[in-house]
Design a protein around this ligand. Structure first.
Ligand SMILES: [Zn+2]
Length: 326
């Protein structure tokens, strides 16, 4: 059997035809932001799905269904609602619109839930009944599987650990609240921490004191030109400010994860997204903060791992895995 995975992002929509073992046999990409008309967008996606099926010589009866991972995707309604980064607005009923073109079941959820389910069906969480997936990048998303089921809650939006408050009255978060984990852990928050550390360092040192080493970030470089990946590379080259930036991120993330363990007792937490590529500069202080804030009865019961799915595949596999939920 096969399934179709569609990952809807603000810029691109990626689609894939996925075999039972997690191999993506066909892929297509569509520019999400060129559409303002939702019906046209879904029509185009349906045509691309039909083309994938034809090219792969797969019969429609061999396709289990279509899974869609989308920002603000609601599992219960099959709709995307209030997605701020999409060029199409209003309530987008993917499940209904898609059924006009293809006689296949459609399951939709938010992208972090999809990532969690992808890890469960095809990745490192295979066989686990309790785990949490954390997606790091422009935001901090989370998908929580408890007792073998994805936690959806009353609204279908359960698992917003990024907006768990880790600092009362702390940094302003894009959601309107203050002190959310996301305000420290997202790429924007991470860059803000680096700028604050650098301003503090530069105010205490004269430029002539600068002890520059190859691979470190030159303080003459404008902050606007420094990306999270540069800070990651510098941390691996021993740059103390870059290392400290990761320590601060890890400290807040560790608090959010320890809190999550207190209510759901997972056996593992998986991390995916750009910042995880840096490896030890993030993972070492994260394990330390996590252990430090963890209730004694959970110590040693939950490990932190990087996602075992390929970065290029995870979004499509996650979406495709959603069809196994129904
Ligand atoms: Zn928030």
């Amino acid at each position: 059997m096969y399934s179709i995975g569609i990952d809807i992002g603000g810029t691109n929509t990626d689609m894939g035809l996925v075999r039972e073992d997690g191999t993506i046999t066909e892929r297509r990409r569509s520019k999400t932001n060129q559409y303002t008309d939702f019906s046209l967008f879904v029509k185009d996606l349906s045509q691309q799905i039909q083309s994938m099926i034809q090219v792969a010589h797969v019969g429609l009866s061999e396709v289990e269904g279509i899974g869609i991972g989308a920002p603000n995707g609601n599992f219960y309604t099959g709709c995307v609602e209030k997605a701020m980064n999409l060029s199409m607005h209003g309530v987008l009923n993917f499940a209904k619109e898609m059924s006009l073109y293809l006689p296949l079941p459609v399951v939709l959820s938010n992208d972090a839930n999809a990532a969690a389910y992808g890890e469960y069906v095809y990745g490192g969480a295979k066989g686990m009944k309790n785990f949490i997936m954390i997606t790091l990048g422009t935001g901090m998303g989370s998908g929580i599987v408890i007792d073998g089921r994805l936690l959806l809650g009353a609204t279908g939006a359960a698992g917003e650990l990024g907006h768990a408050i880790v600092v009362p009255n702390g940094r302003q978060c894009s959601c309107g609240l203050k002190g959310c984990a996301e305000a420290y852990v997202s790429s924007r928050g991470f860059k803000q921490t680096y700028s604050e550390l650098r301003a503090e360092y530069d105010s205490l040192h004269k430029p002539s004191d600068e002890n520059y080493h190859p691979g470190w970030i030159d303080h003459k470089r404008s902050l606007a030109d420094i990306h999270p990946k540069d800070i990651g590379d510098a941390a691996n080259a021993g740059d103390p400010l870059a290392i400290r930036t990761f320590e601060i991120m890890a400290d807040y993330l560790g608090i959010a994860l320890a809190n999550a363990v207190a209510f759901s007792s997972p056996e593992a937490i998986f991390l995916m997204g750009g910042p995880t590529q840096v490896g030890e500069p993030l993972l070492r202080p994260l394990r330390k903060s996590f252990e430090q804030h963890l209730l004694y009865s959970f110590k040693g019961s939950c490990s932190i791992y990087k996602s075992q799915l390929e970065a290029n595949d995870v979004a499509i596999l996650g979406a495709a895995a959603l069809i196994k939920m129904q």
